[in-house]
Design a protein around this ligand. Structure first.
Ligand SMILES: NC(=O)C1=CN([C@@H]2O[C@H](COP(=O)(O)OP(=O)(O)OC[C@H]3O[C@@H](n4cnc5c(N)ncnc54)[C@H](OP(=O)(O)O)[C@@H]3O)[C@@H](O)[C@H]2O)C=CC1
Ligand SMILES: O=C(CO)COP(=O)(O)O
Ligand SMILES: [Zn+2]
Length: 349
């Protein structure tokens, strides 16, 4: 008997463009959601966009509530769930970078409510994905979460955000190259479930971004447009796969390990980009091309660029495979000599 089932959950409304933040209430009203909106945000995005979104809901006769989070943790998810229950929220609106959006989507999943994604930075490809990424102790979970019913990405806000956030988003997309290679390897060696469509979309997204690298420049709103569309596309690849596999391989394990060792030292996307250079080298691929693309965009390519010392980068490489049970080119782990060799050859240290 044929027994395969695919259930792909995607947003219904995706608005990308100049000033679309003002259309958030309209985009939400089309979804037939009921009850109070709870806006989940963090300090800077609150000032940049969340207060405006809440004011627009208020003007439309809704009764919005706001909750501010500081970090991506299960405690923060629990706090949002408690606030949502207290205020009897009907649905959640995540306004911010990757952390606020991840927490809102995980809390929505638990509450069984709808979720709307309003990115204030083009810094990560979790904008659309139905996954949350949360550190806990020595590990980092990729958690199934509520995918957004709508996405409102205002390129005016994204272009106004610090440029380094946009270069981080570019690097998070470039990492799809090695993530997909790892996924194929895991499929062949470990029979990990694999989707050709999802992998092709993730690779094509990276390919298109690298093809446009010369035109991704600070101060151009067009650049925010190109990057956020790629981030959406990469998130769709994760939704098709029902896994972060198309966008997260060894380079992400390296970044997650750095987050453990030196929390908040550098942006997620920047760490992932440097990890991609090394992972591409380990795959025997065009690591120079990856480094060139990151360099053209202005994303870090070395430990020094990340502001992290060489020893920590080597230690993160040797311990990256321990982060979670995800088979990658790292196999059972790199020893110290191999990690030094790879990092030195690629110019990372
Ligand atoms: N679920 C998924 O599929 C994915 C999840 N992720 C996760 O997302 C996170 C990384 O996302 P990232 O956005 O880099 O991290 P953050 O959400 O921490 O945002 C980075 C910084 O940018 C600030 N910021 C956000 N918007 C603006 C703005 N418009 N102007 C000025 N500053 C702004 C934030 O402020 P403040 O400090 O006030 O928050 C924060 O300091 C990680 O936790 C990562 O694991 C990444 C990719 C995919
Ligand atoms: O960051 C991600 C994709 O860019 C996904 O994160 P995980 O590695 O936690 O799945
Ligand atoms: Zn990522």
């Amino acid at each position: 008997m044929f027994d395969k089932t695919t259930w792909i959950r995607l947003p219904r409304n995706v608005l990308v463009g100049h000033g679309v933040l003002d259309q958030t209430v309209e985009a939400v009203s089309e979804l037939h959601l009921h009850g109070r909106p709870l806006v989940v945000t963090s300090p800077t995005p609150r000032e940049v966009a969340a207060e405006r979104v809440a004011a627009d809901f208020e003007a439309a006769g809704e009764d919005p509530a706001i909750v501010e989070i500081g970090e991506a943790s299960f405690e923060a998810v629990q706090r949002v769930i408690e606030v949502a229950e207290e205020v009897d929220a009907g649905y959640l609106v995540g306004v911010g970078g990757g952390k606020a959006i991840d927490i809102a989507k995980m809390a929505s999943d638990d509450l069984g409510t709808g979720f709307v994604s309003v990115p204030t930075a083009a810094s990560h490809d979790g904008i659309v994905s139905g996954r949350g990424s949360v550190p806990e102790g020595d590990t980092r979970h990729s958690v199934a979460a509520e995918p957004p019913l709508a996405v409102v990405a205002d390129t005016e806000i994204l272009a106004d955000a610090p440029w380094r956030l946009t270069t981080a988003g570019c690097a998070d997309i470039i990492s799809n190259y090695t993530a997909v290679k790892d996924w194929r390897l895991a499929n062949r060696l470990q029979n990990v479930q694999y989707s050709e469509y999802s992998a092709a979309l993730a690779e094509m997204t990276a390919e298109m971004l690298v093809g446009n690298a010369d035109s991704i420049k600070q101060g151009l709103e067009e650049s925010a447009w190109v990057v956020v569309k790629a981030l959406v596309s990469s998130g769709v690849a994760m939704s098709i796969a029902d896994s972060s596999r198309p966008a997260s391989g060894a380079e992400h394990l390296f970044s997650h390990q750095l987050d453990r060792m030196v929390p908040d030292a550098a942006l997620h996307g920047h760490q992932v980009g440097v990890g991609t250079i090394v992972a591409e080298y380990l795959h025997g691929g065009d690591w120079q091309g990856v480094r060139r693309a990151l360099d053209t965009i202005g994303a870090p390519t070395t430990a020094a660029d990340l502001g992290i010392d060489d020893e920590t980068v080597v230690a993160a490489l040797t311990a990256a495979h321990e982060i979670r049970d995800r088979y990658t080119i790292l196999g059972n782990g790199m020893n110290q000599d191999a990690a030094i060799e790879a990092a030195e050859t690629t110019g990372v240290i």
